[in-house]
Design a protein around this ligand. Sequence first.
Ligand code: TYD
Ligand code: MG
Length: 458
Amino acid sequence: MAKVSRVYICQKCGHNSASWLGKCPSCQAWDSLAEEIQDNSKPSSGARRRWAPVEGGHSPRPITTALSEDGYSRVSTGIAELDRTMGGGVVPGSFILVGGDPGIGKSTLLLQVAGLMARRGPVLYVSGEESPGQIRMRGERLGMLSDNLLILPETQVELIEPHIDKVNPLLVIIDSIQTIYTDEIPSAPGTVGQIRESAGRLLAKCKSSSIPMFLIGHVTKDGAIAGPRLLEHMVDTVLYFEGESGGPFRIVRGVKNRFGSTNEIGVFEMKSNGLVQVDNPSELFLAQRPVGAPGSAVTACVNGARPLLLEIQALVCSSHLAAPRRATSGFDPNRLAILLAIIEKRGGYHLMGEDVFVNVAGGARIDEPAADLAVMAAVVSSFRNLAMDPLTMVVGEVGLAGETRAVSNLERRISEAAKLGFTKAVIPVGKGVAKKMDGLDIIQVRDVAEAMEALLGS
Ligand code: TYD
Ligand code: MG
């Protein structure tokens, strides 16, 4: 006899409550609790073990006898930029989540992967979003039609599983997890309970069959209601697809990876025939740079193993609002607020009555403090209406006292700048830093004031 109970689950953070509440006690969101029905007679697959159980259970054994997964034979997706973000290809039996805004290009990328893999064997593309006809049209456009690429328009896990067994594909793609449901629980597709349960079942299938599986998950603007965030702890690898949907560039970022380093990125350009890898992203991100214009600074970021040069643009103009506007794109607005306060207090520039806008060019995103000094330089450059030398690169974290702090991977950042013809780098003081690195003149600065002097004169 099934013991069915009613629970209320916050669609934002997953908080579980026995009664309906207007405000989630855990994440404080209003009106986010939705009723879901739980069947307590069956164990939740979310709590299911990740590895296929053996007869009679497992027994403890010395760590030294466990087989290392390091030497796993990885399979190439056929797209080098994507392989790299996953640490060199797909590991057999890995469960990979691909998240991103609707319309950003997740289905396009994975249809390309499916088409390329289909040259080596069967690939199963499960679609709950688009009809086989629509997918065929896209496949034609991408030049990825193949008899080995099997489309399954099915959304119930129990009906998908037998096809995975029968086809025994090289790869399974689920587009998208929000459309999938399991018969085990009565909640609607897309709810927290359904997403967790059906992903749990798919995970068990993935592990027991050793067939790698890509799950597509939409992220919603206000922080992923019942979306990919919920699944991050379950999956082996999380890739996020970013970029301005109107712009041509797309970045795939690895934010979690049980089989390799994280923070690797792959850069693509969206063209009429699909996503095309970009071989020299720094060159691309700097291509449309307004050389000699005030408010532009170039910095070097490091994502995983790869350095990337990015242009930071700032626009400072006098405000007619009581509380001037501060807006950013590709940069943390809270970090900007801190940097503006430092400029004000330690640099002596009065930005109180100014609107300040900061943008990372090309739809890229920066989340490392090494970009602090470049953001400040762009802001001061715009404020003073003075352009910087276009062949100077700036890196450095800035502390609240206005002091500059050393950054990691300095050599890699400098060498990337050298490759693109930069001649000078302004960096925080450090022990044993040479006057010249890779042909660049190195200028060491102790604080913001020295940096601005070096970059913009006094
Ligand atoms: P899509 O892969 O459907 O996005 P998602 O699955 O993340 O929701 O991408 C849709 C957008 O990509 C759509 O606006 C059209 C554009 N696009 C191209 O520019 N070129 C192409 O070859 C394809 C297939 C799509
Ligand atoms: Mg899609």
